[in-house]
Write a protein that binds this ligand. Structure first.
Ligand code: ADP
Length: 259
């Protein structure tokens, strides 16, 4: 296969987890966490056994976005029991902290936290573990892609140039780490006025599709910018849990990712 075995110092599989899907972005704020939670929920609605690991350790958003805030239990003081929401098995460092607490750690502690969340959490049998990465190209990305058999990565970007420049760097990182890239997702593609139906291309439109074509990578789909997406995220009920047009867009994305 592509990877050396763990005995040779290669990636370690996560027991019970069939696929690891990493969701990355160049920049923060482009909607990577929103896409991760909605993709996880959409995959679960299609009958997949789905886990969501919030690896954005400095800025964990998944407890808020998935609507959970319980501290995970650890009956034996070693294994951590993940939480469940919207059909998805969930773990986030944010569940171990109070909302508003800051994580002020150097690289080795980040990597330790990631390894604990992969190795000590009782994920159970999963068809896919979606990993919400931090933005950029740092320690967490390196550790995940070098030490674990990441099946594929997707890169989320908004269509404007400042976001695309950094998305390109994330693609370069996955290429360097030999992590296969399943494709690109355009978030905040366009705004459709709820009153008159007019389409406004606030961050441009089509920039990510063009970038995918330039890179020879699949373009996986586009998600519009909408008040409902933001409200759903803040309320802890991802929009993909409902059945509107954005939810259908996520269903198509999910299908494209795991055929
Ligand atoms: P990132 O993980 O890239 O930092 P987030 O997913 O945290 O970005 O999104 C940043 C903010 O933008 C959140 O408030 C989120 O609800 C909002 N947001 C993300 N995608 C959309 C969208 N398609 N439409 C409206 N708001 C969005």
């Amino acid at each position: 296969g592509r990877h050396p075995t763990p005995q040779q110092g290669g990636p370690q599989p996560v027991p019970g987890v069939a696929r690891i899907l990493a969701v990355g972005s160049g920049k923060g704020g482009v909607g990577k966490s929103t896409v991760s939670s909605n993709l996880a929920v959409a995959l679960a609605k299609q009958g997949r056994r789905v886990g969501l690991l919030d690896a954005d350790i400095y800025g964990p958003s998944q407890p808020r976005m998935m609507g959970v805030n319980q501290r995970p239990a650890s009956p034996d003081g070693k294994t951590i029991l993940p939480l469940h929401a919207h059909g998805v098995t969930l773990m986030s460092i944010g569940l171990m902290l109070k909302e508003g607490d800051a994580v002020i750690w150097r690289g080795p502690m980040l990597m330790g936290a990631l390894q604990q969340m992969l190795g000590q959490v009782a994920w159970g049998e999963l068809d896919v573990l979606v990993v919400d990465l931090p933005p950029g190209t740092g320690d967490v990305q390196l550790t995940l892609c070098q030490r674990y058999p990441v099946t594929a990565a997707v890169v989320v970007s908004t269509p404007q140039d400042v976001a695309l420049i950094d998305a390109r760097k994330a693609l370069k990182m996955f290429d360097t780490l030999k992590t296969p890239v399943a494709g690109l997702i355009e978030n905040m593609s366009m705004y459709v006025c709820e009153n008159c139906g007019h389409e406004a291309h606030i961050f441009g439109h089509g920039g990510v599709r063009a970038e995918a074509e330039r890179e020879g990578l699949p373009f996986l789909g586009e998600i519009p910018i909408s008040l409902d997406v933001r409200l759903a995220g803040d309320a802890g009920t991802p929009i993909a849990a409902g059945d509107g047009p954005v939810s259908r867009a996520y269903a198509r994305l999910a299908q494209r990712l795991i055929a």
